[in-house]
Design a protein around this ligand. Structure first.
Ligand code: ADP
Length: 501
């Protein structure tokens, strides 16, 4: 229909042109009207599609094998997908078709990858969208786009001879936030309502089965209507990968890269606690760039380890601190490292004073296993470790600096956790009924105790600390092994005061 109109218009314009009529004003006018119609929409005019959606993206053949870690998420998702792969049987059993799966987890953990793999596994077309695309100032546009999305999913599947489509909506909370909360709430409500209508319309016996996969990091913001049975029925949690998961992801992203003999991905995985899959992908890329810059043929372990820091802290800063500042930073970081090693030998992975991003320097810990819960001893040690920097500054340089502010925040929040977990002299307390003054007093006592414990450690090892600080100024970075060599701490068992450690 549209093609016919365009064709006729072109023919008419050509005809008039040949007749010697000046058609330019008509063409300009037509272009203007078309632009207005397409981008803004004309109020009151019911147009089927005046806003183009992102072109249907192919799922690039991503399979579940291309996703590292996420064992339980994959398992749950695969189970849910039998609804699609065995739609006939499901229907025969009178089971309601599965309409929506919600992937919940932090950014960069592979939710999009999982949705793509789900499309591949079910031989579905993959139609991606983001919640933000549906939010417009003009009433009705969002709802229109939702309708268009589902229509396009069905049409694309039909055209490519598939019997199912996966509609992937990233940042679902933007589109599916609780109703009545937004300023232009009418628009939001209409958009969300349209999504509900579309989902309710999925019966499972149409020509094309549409499965909606939503992704969000904030399930708490979603309107309850979305999580009600029959809509996003399945919730699959996609967590940050654990050590084994991180190793698998690193393997996947170094598959197409040349690795030197000395590369130990296990070690890199251990050093990257808290990294998401996207961070690890970027790490592998950074390591390759570093190797290239050094003119190496293959990526070496040191490239990977340097890339870890690069990803954490961003690019190296151009502005370098002065010599005096550098020594202060070195003392501060050595303080953290010394206390860390004293309390938990072998726990420091590296210490650096190279300024990157926001931090002036940092000590990285190497957790042996990702902990699920924390003991009182662990929390106390962490507080001492956090205080180690400022205590060292005061002891060695005679004064503290503003560099310790975030350490104090960390120490305080750990101390708050201890109070809430009933680990202080107050015993088990209720957060609500505990008088703020008492809470403050106990917090101060706890911090004072931890500080004096930290001071004792630093005083006893002052020479060692200064040795490390000097070396740090010279070399900027010390690996865990190098640090331990420099510190020469006596083995814990041989120490008379081993109880302290
Ligand atoms: P999300 O949708 O959760 O924000 P993505 O799926 O878009 O995350 O992941 C972004 C990128 O990070 C992917 O393209 C991939 O390179 C990498 N990535 C994330 N998680 C994984 C994983 N589990 N396995 C392999 N690569 C991953």
């Amino acid at each position: 229909m549209r093609e016919l109109a365009i064709g006729t218009a072109c023919a008419l314009a050509l005809f008039l042109l040949l007749q010697g009529v000046n058609v330019l004003p008509f063409v300009v006018l037509a272009a203007l009207v078309f632009a207005l119609y397409r981008w803004i929409g004309i109020p009151g005019l019911s147009v089927r599609r005046f806003v183009p959606l992102a072109p249907a993206e192919r799922n690039e053949g991503v399979t579940f094998d291309d996703i590292g870690g996420q064992g339980s998420a994959k398992q749950e998702l695969l189970e849910a997908l039998t609804f699609v792969t065995e739609a006939e049987r499901v229907r025969a059993m009178g089971i309601r078709p599965l309409r929506g799966i919600l992937l919940v987890g932090p950014p960069g953990t592979g939710k999009t990858l999982l949705a793509k793999a789900a499309a591949t596994a079910t031989r579905s077309v993959f139609i991606p969208a983001s919640g933000a695309e549906f939010v417009e100032m003009y009433a009705g546009v969002g709802a229109q786009r939702v309708r268009e999305l589902f229509r396009r999913a069905r049409e694309t599947a039909r055209r490519s001879g598939r019997s199912s489509a996966v509609v992937f909506i990233d940042e679902l909370e933007v589109l599916g936030g609780k109703r009545g909360r937004h300023e232009s709430h009418l628009e939001y409500d209409q958009t969300l309502n349209q999504l509900l209508v579309e989902m309710d319309g999925i019966r499972g016996d149409e020509e094309v089965y549409v499965l909606v996969i939503g992704a969000t990091n904030r399930p708490d913001l979603l309107d309850e209507a979305l999580t009600r049975p029959g809509r996003f029925d399945r919730v699959v949690r996609v967590e940050l990968p654990d050590r084994e998961g991180r190793r698998q992801i690193l393997e996947l992203h170094t598959r197409n890269k040349r690795l030197a003999e000395d590369v130990d991905l296990d070690e890199v995985a251990r050093e990257t606690f808290g990294f998401s899959g996207a961070h690890l992908e970027s790490l592998a890329n950074e390591a390759a760039i570093l190797a290239l810059r050094e003119g190496e043929e293959a990526i070496r372990q040191r490239h990977l380890l340097e890339a870890v820091e690069k990803v954490i802290m961003g690019e190296k800063l151009d502005r370098r601190p002065t010599e005096a500042e550098r020594y202060r930073i070195a003392v501060h970081e050595s303080g953290h490292a010394l206390v860390g090693e004293w309390l938990d030998p072998g726990s420091v992975a590296s210490v650096t004073i190279a300024s990157r991003g926001e931090a002036l320097g940092y000590v990285r810990q190497a957790p042996q296993d990702d902990p699920y819960l924390y003991t009182q001893e662990y929390l106390e040690n962490q507080i001492c470790r956090a205080l180690g920097g400022s205590v060292a500054e005061r002891l060695v340089l005679g004064s503290a600096s503003t560099g310790a502010a975030s350490d104090f925040d960390q120490a305080l929040s750990l101390a708050e956790r201890m109070i809430d977990a009933g680990m202080t002299r107050l015993g088990v307390v209720s957060r609500e009924t505990l008088p703020p003054a008492l809470r403050h007093r106990v917090l101060s006592e706890l911090m004072a105790e931890m500080e004096s414990r930290t001071r004792a450690i630093v005083e006893e090892n002052r020479e060692r600390l200064e040795r490390v600080a000097r070396e740090l100024v010279a070399r900027e970075r010390l690996g865990g092994g190098e640090l331990r060599q420099l510190l020469e701490l006596p083995p814990p068992a041989a120490e008379a005061g081993a109880g302290d450690r």
